[in-house]
Design a protein. Structure first.
Length: 446
């Protein structure tokens, strides 16, 4: 999305009613940087009731009248329109206790978090930049507006937002802002897990995620303290050149930027290694069962951060399976049958990202994982029998042959394995005949 004529109409409508109106915040920053815009915020000297009156013919949602915000939907685009305001004290480290509406755009910009977000733009593209945001964009810097300690005391989530913006934009955090981020990091405990989770997800998918996760690991550990055991934990392995934490972080960077599920899984995939470590007689470190230990720890972390059950289960499935060996096409078929093609392909991509954070000689294995991905895609495209629902027989057929109870499911699963392994064709007559000669007899003897 970009700021275009349909967006300009919103400002023009406010101005036609006698008010001042500007684009503000992240949409201005991203316009200057030539980035895709996700949200369009508008700031104006019109009061909330006046905003609703101006847009009486539109879909209008009174999002936060107390804080001066009204949501207007026009041409399928959502605009958050907020009255110029001055914030009072933040006793809960999140919301201002009170707000005072203002007629001065500079008052509104001065309450914002970082200089790159404290800019406004009129309908003709003229930038209002009282705090040097454009200069900080040119110099690729994240800097607080005014005193960093005051900004972070107002809303401690800004600590996380600082490192998130550094990851997303590839900017360095300015020295005073950096020092305050580090000294006030414990304040993150005051913030809801849901808000923290949203910032963490955006950070993980940033272009600069690796550098930020390494440089600001203590910030990450305030959110996920279990990661501290991975810091500087040497692996003593011929496969690895990084300690456990750095390996995990670099595997995050090796996963696709647009795959949040993989980046999240990579951060946590080896979190159980310090608890599974044993030095072998061969002089190398071994981590038997670490994937299962990691899955248990990761599940608790994801629950604590309030992820939904589907996300938790999928992430944990990838983590617990990431070290499993796959060495043949028949195994690929079994895994696709068990996980589904989409999850299997995610698992192969996870293995590739894992290898990219190891010693170089391991990378040749990624060619094999690419081949397995192609196999899975081909199996899915060709409509091969991979699941019980694909079998030419069903539970009713087993009942007609005299099977009952758990024997029905056992028989169908056995038939599915035989079809997957190409021992039997997926033809009803063949499967019925096999069942009559083998499975039914075995069942009657139980």
């Amino acid at each position: 999305m970009k700021i275009d004529g349909s967006c300009r109409d919103i400002l023009e409508k406010l101005e036609a009613a006698g008010y001042h109106a500007f684009y503000a915040g992240g949409c201005v920053r991203d316009t200057i940087m030539g980035r895709e815009i996700n949200d369009i915020d508008v700031t104006t000297d019109a009061l909330p009731e006046q905003i609703m009156s101006v847009f009486s013919g539109y879909k209008v949602i009174p999002t936060g009248l107390k804080h001066g915000t009204v949501t207007v939907i026009s041409n399928g685009i959502t605009f958050e329109i907020t009255t110029f305001r001055i914030d009072g004290n933040y006793s809960d480290s999140r919301h201002p206790d009170s707000v005072t509406f203002s007629g001065d755009i500079n008052d509104d910009l001065s309450r914002r978090d970082f200089t790159v977000n404290a800019m406004a733009m009129d309908k003709d593209g003229k930038i209002i930049d009282p705090f040097g945001g454009t200069s900080d964009i040119r110099n690729r810097i994240i800097r607080c507006v005014g005193n960093p300690e005051i900004r972070f005391s107002e809303d401690a989530l800004r600590i996380m937002r600082a490192v998130r913006f550094s990851s997303q934009l590839g900017f360095e955090i300015e020295t005073e802002t950096h020092n305050t981020v580090m000294s006030m990091k414990e304040r993150l405990s005051d913030i809801s897990r849901e808000r923290i989770r949203m910032e963490l997800d955006k950070l993980l998918c940033g272009m600069n995620a690796v550098d930020v996760l390494l440089k600001y690991r203590e910030i990450i550990a305030e959110i996920i303290p279990e990661l501290r055991s991975c810091f500087d934990f040497e692996q003593h392995s011929k496969y690895h050149k990084y300690d456990v934490y750095e390996h995990s972080v670099r595997s995050v960077g090796a996963a696709p930027e647009d795959s949040l599920i993989l980046r999240r899984a990579m951060l946590l995939h080896d979190i159980g290694k310090p608890f599974s470590f044993k030095m072998g007689e061969d002089g190398f470190g071994h981590f038997k069962g670490h994937a299962q230990v990691s899955e248990v720890i990761a599940r608790e972390i994801l629950r604590r951060l309030r992820y939904d059950n589907h996300t938790i289960d999928l992430t944990c499935t990838l983590i617990t399976r990431h070290s499993d060996k796959i060495e043949s096409e028949s195994q690929v078929k079994r895994w696709v049958s068990k996980l589904g093609a989409d999850v299997f392909i995610l698992l192969m991509k996870m293995k590739k990202a894992d290898n990219c954070a190891k010693n170089e000689f391991v990378l040749k294995e990624n060619l094999l994982f690419d081949e397995y991905i192609r196999m899975a895609e081909r199996l899915e495209k060709e409509g091969n029998c991979m699941r019980l629902s694909h079998l030419a027989v069903n539970g009713n057929d087993m009942i007609s042959l005299g099977l009952n109870g758990s024997a029905i499911g056992s028989a169908l699963n056995e038939l599915l394995e035989l079809v997957i392994d190409d021992i039997l064709p997926n033809e009803k007559s063949v499967l019925i005949n096999y069942t009559q000669k083998n499975i039914k007899y075995q069942t009657s003897e139980q």
